[in-house]
Design a protein around this ligand. Structure first.
Ligand code: HBI
Ligand code: FE
Length: 288
């Protein structure tokens, strides 16, 4: 990815971490968290994987206000050995991977303004902490995230960061999972978004396709709107089998000259759960 332009601010350590400065959040900041939390807490229970709700409880994230990362890290450390550290915003890929490989999740400390309530480009504390942290209390998912960091450090040397970034995007950020005969949410980009939590499961527009590692690594993604394709894993254990227990180096080599797939393509070999109408994406693409 293109991160050469990101500059480390003067107040950040060499590993890009900063002080969360929890005491400096305003009442409005905490109120924004509470508002976003309440909105998701009302809607998520039968949409999200139960492991996510368990994580909120284990980490006591159901208490009001923006979590204090030190307290959160103490609980997370007891559960799975992870910590949450604050960073100023997006950090370079190798810095991001190095933290994950050491079971540290980097989180933005700032929270969105009322104008940004439904869309912002940079991950804020609500996306990073509400979206990502609960599943880090789940042992299998916690191991997946660490393995992803280690894989990132290796991919860096193999020129394959883009392949790996796609895997992250379509699992950690926008993943769906099959559970009890239905689909559930687990991706942080979905569960931290009110609109996408509804869209990803209920809207006829997007494709919903069974997860396949090589297929995902070849699929482009969009960062500016709801996804046009979601990939469904069968279980966290199966995700681990298809990724952590697989050597990616030969796969990167195999895929080196393979063309990319578009964000809305359906292939003959896809395990199609739902063939999307793409009506939403089309309505956005054509100016009214
Ligand atoms: N930095 N703070 C932050 N959060 C991310 O999710 C993040 C990042 N830097 C790089 C990155 N993600 C991804 O591009 C990697 O998965 C490739
Ligand atoms: Fe994220």
């Amino acid at each position: 990815m293109t991160d050469a332009h990101i500059m480390r601010p003067d107040d950040a350590a060499t590993d890009w971490t900063i002080d969360q400065a929890w005491d400096s959040y305003s009442p409005q900041d905490h109120a924004m968290w509470d508002h976003l939390f309440a909105r998701q807490a009302k809607m998520l229970p039968d949409r999200v994987v139960p492991e996510f709700i368990d994580g909120l409880d284990i980490l006591r994230m159901t208490r009001p206000g923006i979590p204090n990362f030190e307290e959160l890290s103490e609980r997370l450390m007891k559960a799975t050995g992870w910590q949450v550290v604050a960073v100023p915003g997006l950090v370079p890929d190798h810095v991001f991977f190095e933290h994950l490989a050491n079971r540290r999740f980097v989180a933005g400390r700032f929270i969105r303004t009322p104008e940004q309530i439904d869309y912002l480009q940079e991950p804020d504390v609500f996306h990073d902490v509400f979206g990502h942290v609960p599943l880090l209390a789940h042992p299998v998912f916690a191991d997946y995230m660490q393995a992803y960091g280690r894989g990132g450090l290796r991919a860096d040397g193999l020129g394959a960061i883009e392949r790996l970034a796609r895997l992250y995007w379509y699992t950690v950020e926008f993943g769906l999972i099959r559970q009890d005969g239905g689909l559930k949410l687990y991706g942080a980009g979905i569960v931290s978004s009110h609109g996408e939590s509804l869209f990803a499961l209920d809207d006829p527009s997007p494709n919903r396709i069974g997860f396949d590692l090589r297929r995902v690594m070849r699929t482009r993604y969009r960062i500016d709107d709801y996804q046009q394709t979601y990939f469904i894993i069968d279980s966290f254990e199966d995700l681990l089998r298809q990724t952590v227990e697989t050597d990616f180096a030969p796969i990167y080599a195999q895929l080196a000259d393979a063309p990319d797939f578009d964000i809305d393509t359906i292939l003959p070999d896809d395990r199609v759960h739902h063939r999307g109408t793409q009506a939403y994406a089309r309505s956005k693409a054509l100016p009214a």
